[in-house]
Ligand binder design. Structure first.
Ligand SMILES: Cc1ncc(COP(=O)(O)O)c(C=O)c1O
Length: 393
């Protein structure tokens, strides 16, 4: 949808996000919504009880700008458990209102107008808008499907070329939305060596870090590679790992010097994040490993179920190793492009998916794909698959 003519030049190209548009269309047509990536089941009781207790205990005023001490500590402790790195909870962790706020806080705090920022496409749409808000210039490296259907990869030479232009920062999203790609150690090592060689900062978005399904493709934080802790801002959030997307609790982990820059922006974006939800978040980050294990087992099963169904309909599925999205190539079904396919799905088949061409600088690269979210109840996915059967006719 085009933006209003009053909208500022920096935001005019972006219009209304595709998620808002597809969710509106899904509601209008009574479609099963596999478009927007939020669970249709509730998050863990432990988190809810802790947040309710915090509200009852009168923890209802502004939180500390950098985050409630309990949450900063829980995030630092979790980071130490998963990466082995010891960090200072007050000097290196900033709590934000979802990863959605951490992205502009990092970009506005660290990137100057006119500087280049490397994005892998397809990209999560807020990256490009936030690069624009910072007055910076995006440069792209394309993730292309491998010929054997095993996933997506980038051309190392293409990356080398853009890194030689001395960008200020590179954004890495692993596990990746929308492809489900989990960057390998080899790929991250190349990114790291180019960052070090050319003096580039890394902003990594790891909101799907817990949602990985293949033992031989584990999630690796770029900040754990040699020489990277000092130049990486790692972003994460509670929403995906704990099925609490509506809480909007996120964070940025970075060395103290870079953290000061992130906070320079955060203090003017939201200043502080909802106090009682931070306390609920602290509780589940500390005690929620069992919840994550069973969620991952459920998601692996749901991924396999939906992938098999989409393949059975003649789509080529690029099996995601992480995240809760499946990219499927619909070209065998005879639609003009991804928008035509997703519109038909929503309006006539009554299942909504996302047309991913909007996540590319060159939309041509995304025309043959559709993105399906499988973070839904078994019954929801079963109903979606039943409806998708009509594509055969
Ligand atoms: C890659 C990526 N980053 C960030 C976000 C936003 O995270 P949050 O809900 O914590 O704001 C999303 C949500 O879909 C996402 O897919």
């Amino acid at each position: 949808m085009p933006a209003s003519s009053f909208v500022s030049q920096r935001l005019a190209p972006f219009g209304t996000t595709i998620f808002t548009e597809m969710t509106r269309l899904a509601t209008e047509h009574g479609a099963v919504n596999l478009a927007q990536g939020f669970p249709d089941f509730d998050g863990p009781e432990l988190a809810k009880e802790a947040a309710i207790a915090a509200i009852r205990a009168g923890r209802n005023q502004y939180a500390r700008m950098l985050g409630d001490p309990a949450l900063n500590q829980a995030i630092a402790a979790r980071w130490q458990r998963t990466t082995g790195q010891v960090i200072d909870p007050d000097a290196q962790v900033t709590v934000t209102s979802g990863c959605t706020e951490a992205i502009p806080a990092a970009m506005l705090g660290l990137i100057n107008p006119g500087e280049r920022v490397v994005l892998f496409e397809p990209y999560y749409d807020s990256y490009r808008a936030c690069v624009s808000l910072a007055g910076a210039v995006p440069v792209f490296v394309t993730l292309r499907p491998r010929g054997d259907g095993s996933g997506f990869e980038f051309d190392p030479d293409e990356l080398r070329r853009v890194m030689q232009t001395r960008p200020r920062a590179i954004v890495v999203n692993t596990p990746h939305n929308p492809t489900g790609k989990v960057y390998s150690r080899e790929e991250l090592s190349l990114i790291a060596s180019l960052c070090i060689e050319h003096g580039v900062l890394a902003i990594t978005d790891e909101v799907y870090s817990e949602l990985v399904y293949e033992p031989d493709q584990p999630h690796i934080s770029l900040a754990t590679l040699p020489g990277m802790a000092e130049r990486t801002i790692t972003l994460n959030s509670l929403g995906k790992s704990f099925s609490l997307t509506g809480w909007k609790i996120g964070w940025a982990i970075a060395p103290a010097e870079l953290t000061r820059c992130v906070r320079a922006a955060h203090q003017f974006l939201t200043f502080a994040t909802c106090t009682p939800m931070q306390l609920g978040a602290a509780a589940i980050l500390t005690e929620g490993d069992g919840y994550v294990r069973s969620l991952v087992a459920d998601y692996r099963r749901r991924r396999d179920f939906l992938s098999a169904a989409l393949s059975g309909l003649g789509m080529r599925v690029y099996q995601p190793a992480g995240s809760y999205f499946i990219m499927a190539d619909h070209s065998a079904l005879g639609f003009a492009d991804d928008v035509a396919f997703c519109r038909h799905l929503t309006e006539h088949i009554k299942v909504a998916a996302i047309p991913p061409s909007v996540f590319y600088d060159n939309p041509e690269h995304g025309r043959r794909f559709a993105r399906f979210a499988f973070c839904k109840k078994d019954q929801t996915l079963e109903e979606a698959v039943r409806r998708l059967g009509a594509l055969r006719r």
